[in-house]
Design a binder for this molecule. Structure first.
Ligand SMILES: [Zn+2]
Length: 548
């Protein structure tokens, strides 16, 4: 089936509905390629699981039920385990990582079988070449959003200016071309540059190019703090004006003063749905986000890229202005947490919420918090030293982990998770094992939901959680042949032990694989068997790739 998945997958599924083989007579050769016996089938729809066997041939699910007399080339007994569709991660940043580490082991061991790359405005702009390269195989299927920020950067550079008419046409042309090549929609990050330099009209113009391909608009909204509701209105407006579905990425509140604001945003989304707007969202299950530490400096100071930023801070007057605004932001964060910026303990708490994830210039710093770095340098933990350090880290393109979300019981993380339209999504990437200090979500996102939020806290049922990992994201992608255990669907399957599934990766020690996923199958081939990576790479680029 290699290579055919992009264009044929949807039409082919209709044919496969008829493709149910009868049980073979004695002495006949094996009827199915693989028969998975005795598991609890949690089919992805959210319905209660049932005990059933699942038969697979030619990469597809061909029968589900009591197949007592059936034979197969391979029979796998999974008594006491759960079989469900492979997880579809709507929010991955693995565009580069997957090319280096094809097996995507950190995702496979979570039960993920499809990654949607190109989120938060960042993607390759030559999606044809990306897909062509991936056709030689991966441990997961991969699909792609075209990143607005990357398109903008290619045409305009990292400049805080609007596009000229010609530049806008060129950006539209790139978006059209990538949609034709198989992208499933367009993504933005309006919080940080170069996406932050775009106004709403520019986004609408580009999003319109996605409509004929039935793509969707995924957005890291312009604000996830005090102005989040305005940002949500902007996202809904883009969808309305471009006539495409809207998907809010990693929905969260990162300002302590407005913890609880998700009550209003989820109400607003419910109302929009009632008015006929196709809007959905996703979330990772942690109390911290991750991104460039450049989030802490004014985005205008980054216009022109890092070299331009370095030139600005070489000018003492400009540097003072940048430092002042970083300090102001830190002070605001302290007030928002109900604390006092003139209290040195409170300052230390605020600065310790910033931990370094990737610091290519000095790997010793990875995993450390700002106060730890300052103390190691013999500096006092003050606001001005913190601001100075942040500006220095920005010049090195450092990524941070920000411990600023409310994951206490009943807080925003719980509330967003329980909302019926929220898919689970990692916001992570494929990493070389042991390299850097990434946010643990890349290793633990899905098992964390199933272990901590389902088994321990009982916030969701197993069926609800699996629905958020399978059919719900498949619907967002308008895929009708993945995301369910159903005859005709591709056999992307995850077999797990709900009694032990758990994330192991922590903020202190992130490079730890999750436990509890026993087998994973992509298009009928095992990539994980009995807890071991098989080395097979059946994963392919998948997408829409056609005008409707
Ligand atoms: Zn983002």
């Amino acid at each position: 089936m290699k290579g055919e998945t992009i264009s044929l997958s949807i039409r082919f599924s209709a044919l496969c509905l008829l493709f149910v083989l009868p049980a073979p007579a004695l002495g006949q050769e094996a009827a199915y390629d693989v028969l998975i016996r005795g598991g609890l089938v949690v089919d992805g729809s959210g319905e209660t699981g049932i005990k059933a066997d699942v038969a697979i041939s030619a990469g597809r699910i061909v029968a589900v039920g009591k197949l007592t007399d059936a034979t197969a080339a391979k029979v796998v007994d999974i008594t006491d385990l759960v079989i469900c569709p492979g997880f579809i991660d709507l929010h991955s940043h693995a565009d580069r990582g997957i090319l280096k580490s094809r097996s995507a082991e950190n995702y496979v061991r979570q039960g993920v079988t499809t990654l949607v790359c190109g989120n938060c405005g960042s993607s390759p702009t030559d999606i044809e070449a990306f897909f062509t390269e991936l056709k030689s195989g991966c441990g997961v299927n991969v699909t792609m959003l075209i990143g607005h920020g990357s398109v903008r950067q290619q045409v305009i550079g990292r400049l805080n200016v609007p596009p000229s008419a010609e530049q806008l046409e060129e950006m539209k042309r790139i978006v059209r071309r990538t949609m034709r090549a198989g992208a499933v929609g367009i993504s933005t990050s309006l919080r940080y540059g170069p996406g932050a330099y775009a106004d709403t009209d520019e986004i609408v113009e580009l999003a319109r190019e996605v409509a004929p391909f039935q793509g969707f608009y995924a957005t890291h909204m312009r604000d996830e703090g005090t102005r989040m509701l305005e940002a949500l209105e902007e996202a809904l407006l883009v969808g309305q004006q471009a006539s495409i579905p809207v998907h809010v990425s990693h929905h969260k509140i990162s300002s302590a003063s407005v913890f609880g604001l998700t009550r209003l945003s989820l109400d607003r989304i419910t109302k929009a749905r009632a008015d006929g707007v196709d809007v959905t969202l996703d979330q990772y299950p942690y109390g911290a986000g991750s991104g460039g530490v450049s989030l802490y400096v004014p985005q205008a100071s980054l216009s022109g890229g890092l070299e331009a930023f370095k030139r600005r801070i070489a000018d003492p007057e400009k540097k003072d202005a940048i430092l002042a605004s970083v300090e102001e932001l830190l002070v605001r964060k302290i007030y928002e947490a109900g604390q006092n910026p003139s209290n040195s303990d409170h300052t230390a708490i605020a600065l310790s919420r910033i931990q370094l994830a990737r610091a290519a210039h000095d790997e010793e710093l990875e995993g450390k918090t700002l106060p730890e770095i300052l103390r190691a340098r013999g500096q006092a933990v003050t606001l001005s030293n913190g601001a100075e350090l942040l500006v220095e880290l920005v010049t090195h393109g450092v990524r941070g982990i920000n411990h600023t979300l409310d994951d206490r019981p009943g807080g925003d993380v719980d509330r967003v998770m329980q909302f019926p339209l929220t898919s689970v999504a990692s916001d992570g990437s494929v990493f070389e094992f042991g390299r850097g200090h990434p946010h643990p979500r890349s290793y633990g996102c899905y098992p964390r939901v199933l272990g901590r939020y389902v088994r321990e806290r009982k916030l969701l049922s197993l069926e609800q959680a699996i629905h958020k990992m399978t059919e719900l994201p498949a619907r967002r992608l308008k895929w009708s042949d993945r995301g369910l255990i159903k005859v005709g669907h591709w056999a992307d399957l995850t077999i797990l032990d709900p009694r032990i599934i758990a994330d192991k990766a922590t903020f202190a020690d992130p490079h730890q694989h999750s436990v509890g996923v026993k087998h994973v199958m992509i298009q009928g081939q095992f990539v994980l068997k009995d807890g071991r990576m098989t080395g097979e790479l059946p994963g392919q680029p998948v997408g829409l790739g056609k005008e409707q």
